[in-house]
Design a binder for this molecule. Structure first.
Ligand SMILES: Nc1ncnc2c1ncn2[C@@H]1O[C@H](COP(=O)(O)OP(=O)(O)OP(=O)(O)O)[C@@H](O)[C@H]1O
Ligand SMILES: [Mg+2]
Length: 248
């Protein structure tokens, strides 16, 4: 069972959108996928059209609910939902970063892929995600501020490797919301490639273009691959998903 977190220290990088697309794309290929919403705003929960009351990730982490009882089935992958109660749970004490990892042990045989959608802030939930993960995908908008944020994200990953998860792998940086192939955008993409190399990882060949269709699909609580399979964003996400399937 692979456990992949979508991580970036900058908001609006496309973490949630990418989690939804991967869940849909891998499910369509026959993988058993579980997506877990670790954001109290419940964005992934909403766009995957899951219920956001009752059996969410918060009581699982609080030790009050078996993880298996929190799972909701959708045609586009299973999901464990989040709502605002996640912002209020107290996660303290020794081993507090291990709660999610331990909960996931119970579903190890049930899934091929677990996706963890994190928030941009570095909090105990993100630390739980980094501790539980076998690998990371780092979505980033193709602009200079996001490049700086990538460096912050990397510091966070290095600290997680030193303290909680020495084997944490980075699958790569995914450039999202790419608006044009103008000279500046190409130069910034090159800077991302250089930065990725210093982090012993890569920028995925597939880049995700900016496309209003993404927002429309999400407004309708649909994934981009089934909503408009021929749109630029759907083609880009499909190419990315194929690339990810080929990585070990
Ligand atoms: N390729 C795209 N084209 C157009 N809009 C996009 C694209 N990808 C994401 N968006 C939109 O950009 C916004 C941010 O995306 P998303 O919520 O996936 O980012 P995030 O990294 O999860 O943000 P946060 O840190 O706030 O959780 C959303 O409104 C989403 O619909
Ligand atoms: Mg998000």
């Amino acid at each position: 069972m692979k456990i992949i977190s979508l991580v970036s220290r900058k908001g609006g990088a496309g973490k949630t959108t990418t989690a939804q697309a991967i869940a849909a794309g891998f499910t369509a290929k026959g993988y058993r996928v579980l997506a877990i919403d670790l954001d109290g705003q419940g964005s992934l929960t909403h766009i995957m059209n899951a219920a956001n009351a009752g059996q969410t990730i918060a009581p699982v982490l609080a030790g009050q609910l078996n993880i298996k009882n929190a799972v909701q089935h959708t045609g586009k992958g299973d999901i464990i939902a989040a709502n605002a109660s996640l912002d209020n749970i107290e996660i303290t004490g020794n081993g507090r970063e291990l709660l999610l990892k331990k909960a996931l042990e119970l579903v190890r045989a049930d899934y091929d892929l677990v996706l963890l959608d994190t928030v941009a802030a570095f909090d105990i939930l993100t630390l739980n995600a980094l501790t539980a993960s076998t690998g990371l995908i780092l979505p980033a908008q193709c602009d200079i501020l996001s490049l700086n944020a990538l460096k912050n994200t990397y510091d966070l990953i290095q600290s997680a490797r030193e303290n909680v998860n020495a084997d944490l792998k980075i699958y790569g940086v995914l450039l999202t919301r790419v608006s044009s192939k103008n000279k500046t955008a190409m130069q910034i993409a090159d800077l991302f490639k250089q930065a990725a190399m210093t982090m012993n990882t890569r920028v995925f060949n597939s880049q995700i273009r900016e496309s209003a269709t993404v927002r429309t699909a999400q407004a309708l609580q649909l994934d981009i691959l089934s909503y408009r399979p021929k749109s630029n964003a759907a083609r880009d996400y499909q190419a990315f998903i194929n690339e990810l399937m080929e990585s070990d």
